[in-house]
Design a protein around this ligand. Sequence first.
Ligand SMILES: [Zn+2]
Length: 448
Amino acid sequence: MKFEAHLEVINPLASKKGYRKSMSILCQISLAKDPNSSKCYLIVNDNKKPSPDKYRISDNVDKIYCKFVHEGKASIVLKEPNFTLAIQKANVNQLKVFLKIVHIATTSNDFSQELDKIKSKLQAESSCPGRCIKPLVKEMPSTTPQFKKTITSLVIKSRDEYLSNYRAIISQNMMIKTSISTIPTLNLLKLVINNCGLKTIDTSVFEFTQLNHLDMSNNKLSILDNFKLGTLVELNLSQNQITNIGHNIYVPKLINLDLSHNQLEYLDQNFCINFRSVAKLRINNNKIRAVSNKFGDYMQHLKYLYANNNHLVNLPFSFSHLRMDTIELNDNPFEFLIFSNNKTDKNEASFPSLVELCARNVVNKKIKYGLGDIPKTLIDFLDTHIDCVCGLSCFNYNFRLTVMFDLNRIAKSFSYITINGVSDNQLPLKVYLCSCKCYMKYSKFRSV
Ligand SMILES: [Zn+2]
């Protein structure tokens, strides 16, 4: 059966927090039965959403309020999600039959048999006994066009919407996924959740395994970790309070990453490894003092870098390995103005240690090793090697030097005005040198 009525879906979570209730909307209400599980579902279609809302009735009704059924009003309280479906302005007779079926669906073990009894009774009461009564509860084949539609994009712009809509959609998605395998579930490709004051990313986001665009800008996120979305192409986390980016991140297809207007201070080697597929990186308006020495080695796909308004005094020499289209480095305290000072910082040890010498040999001669050969601590140590300009690697024993590098060699266009208001094309790069020989050779030039 299908009938028209005004329906308000009341989310107690939103009401408790003082958010505005949802509106009462004119819609078509019907009942459908899943052929596989024989469970009964309430289908609500308001002709605005791309697919109708579905609420499980079988074993899922907490209470039915029907005191005002003669006025066309009734309420059904569901268990999961804990919503109240408030029906108003319905045809009284249709509402009575509807409530009867809902009652049967929640209490009867043999739902189909009970339905047949009602149908026969209705036929007997009808003025034309031979008339065919439409099925009270139709079957829900997966071929029905309305079920083929899937939601591919969802935009949540306020906390009110997040609490009332997002939670409802997620719980509905989970419910359908677990109970009726034949019905396509939500297939979000794009998800936008802005201005909701979120402090963490809800794990339900990772249920959308086809997601390729996630925008959670303008929230209160402080940590980015345990984040796995294998299909994600665009990630916008700007205007949050992120201070930490953890190691447990898996976004192998990410191209566009926006981390601007956060509280980041350092981009470590794991950042470079986890985001090495990124072509456009926005890290402007953070507090970044330094980036990993391996930045340029891992971020080989980088074409656009926006790093304005940070605390950078220099960049690692690996930056010279990049070939970018655009780089913006305005408003950073780069130290090229004091270039004439001796910035060399010779390591205190006069001779490299035995461990250093052995490790250099392993790395420079490309000797293969694994967990079965040497302890994990030694493997971690070998991973910290620094590349000298000469091409060889070193570890703790090194000489540091700042050299000036022409930005024209790494970017087609650049914007580079320091906080002192001086514009130049010479970028200070931090260079590590492996030996006295290299130091003598490169310190003469101070540019490479
Ligand atoms: Zn060297």
